[in-house]
Ligand binder design. Structure first.
Ligand code: SF4
Length: 370
């Protein structure tokens, strides 16, 4: 967004950052669900990410000692008949592999990053929340909440929105495992810059509340650093958050996809009521909401839908703004590569007049709309 401060501090940390103009371009192309990522700092972060990737383990003294030496080789040949006693295998750790943070655009296809992780490890990570699964981790975003933001994109989503531009985030195992400690260390690098630029941490997805324990732990760590916290969610699992958890979230970017249960289910595969119930609960706790609405021709581009969402949002009293996100086709290739039937193949982005009509409806209800 042009009116927002540019991501200088983050860019400084991310030396090869791309210009803010690209974030602006991303804004104009808009997104399904949430994701209109900025690219600033992505290149340098990618370099950092590469460094952070787990490398092949170097031989330890113990393993080096186990290798045959010049002296032992002949003896080993001679001792071929009576089989040598099996060497004790190094102790295996069932915990997830060392976490790695990789700077990647959420628009990049990411699959199977945790495919070899045993199911028990995935489950224990979800249960404890000490470990989460991220599709990508980006810096310098100006379109995912107030100011300039670091964004963690989680994997796992039970919805099947027809316009989703990140279907590779639906599967938890498509993300890579990362510990809360490692993610916090990464965030700490940007702590001061984020404060200066009135930004913070946003956790998006996928659906972040599929990993509610990890998300709450990471948000709590961010709050301890004095970093503003935001989640972008469809709200379906809002009930998983305790009242104390809500205190760790400064802003909820809530996707309201349509109106009316039938239309909502047709669009997303899930009922709308849990989302609305979460919105009401946030209002009762006076937690701020930004409503996000994706405008899709022939699907959500309906004045009656705008009007009902506007009426509902205005009634809450805690909605700071509404963002109307024009549909785009940046995720089309992912559907194709994943082999998932894509019903919006021929759908074009909405006309400017349609976007304006939606904005005017929200503004007429007394809401700030962008
Ligand atoms: S809620 Fe899930 S399916 Fe819908 S747009 Fe978001 S990530 Fe995609």
């Amino acid at each position: 967004m042009a009116k927002r401060p540019k991501a200088r501090v983050v860019r400084k940390a991310a030396k090869k950052s791309r210009p803010a103009a690209r974030a602006k371009a991303a804004k104009s192309s808009a997104v399904a669900k949430s994701s209109r990522p900025s690219n600033a700092g992505r290149a340098a972060k990618a370099a950092k990410g590469r460094k952070a990737r787990p490398t092949a383990a170097k031989p330890t003294k113990a393993t080096a000692a186990a290798k045959p030496t010049k002296a032992t080789k002949p003896a080993a040949k001679l001792a071929a008949k009576p089989k040598p006693a099996p060497q004790p295998k190094p102790a295996t750790n069932s915990a997830p592999p060392p976490p790695a943070l990789e700077a990647k655009s959420p628009f990049e296809m990411r699959v199977n990053l945790a495919k070899d992780l045993p199911e028990t490890d995935v489950q224990s990570a979800l249960d404890s929340g000490d470990m989460g699964f991220l599709h990508s981790f980006t810096t310098g975003s100006t379109v995912d909440g107030p100011g300039v933001r670091v964004v963690a994109w989680t994997t796992g989503c039970g919805w099947r929105c027809r316009y989703c531009h990140n279907p590779d985030t639906w599967t938890m195992r498509n993300g890579y495992p990362v510990s809360v400690a490692n993610a916090t260390d990464e965030l700490r690098k940007y702590q001061h810059g984020l404060k200066v630029m009135k930004g913070g941490l946003t956790i998006s997805g996928g659906e972040p509340l599929m990993q509610n324990r990890f998300v709450v732990k990471l948000l709590t760590a961010a709050k301890k650093l004095g970093v503003h916290t935001t989640i972008e969610t469809n709200g379906f699992f809002g009930e998983r958050l305790s009242d104390a958890d809500l205190e760790q979230i400064d802003l909820v970017m809530l996707g309201i996809k349509s109106w009316g249960n039938d239309r909502h289910e047709e669009l997303t595969g899930r009922p709308i009521e849990p989302t609305l119930a979460f919105a009401r609960r946030l209002a009762s706790h006076k937690r701020k909401i930004w409503v996000r609405f994706v405008l899709v021709p022939n699907l959500t581009d309906d004045p009656a839908v705008f009007a009902r969402i506007a009426e509902f949002a205005a009634s809450l009293g805690n909605v700071e703004r509404v963002e109307v996100l024009p549909f785009h086709q940046m995720g089309r290739y992912k559907w194709k590569e994943l082999g998932i039937p894509y019903l919006l193949e021929q759908t074009a982005p909405p006309l400017a007049e349609s976007v304006e009509r939606a904005l005017q409806t929200f503004r007429a209800a007394g809401l700030e709309a962008h």
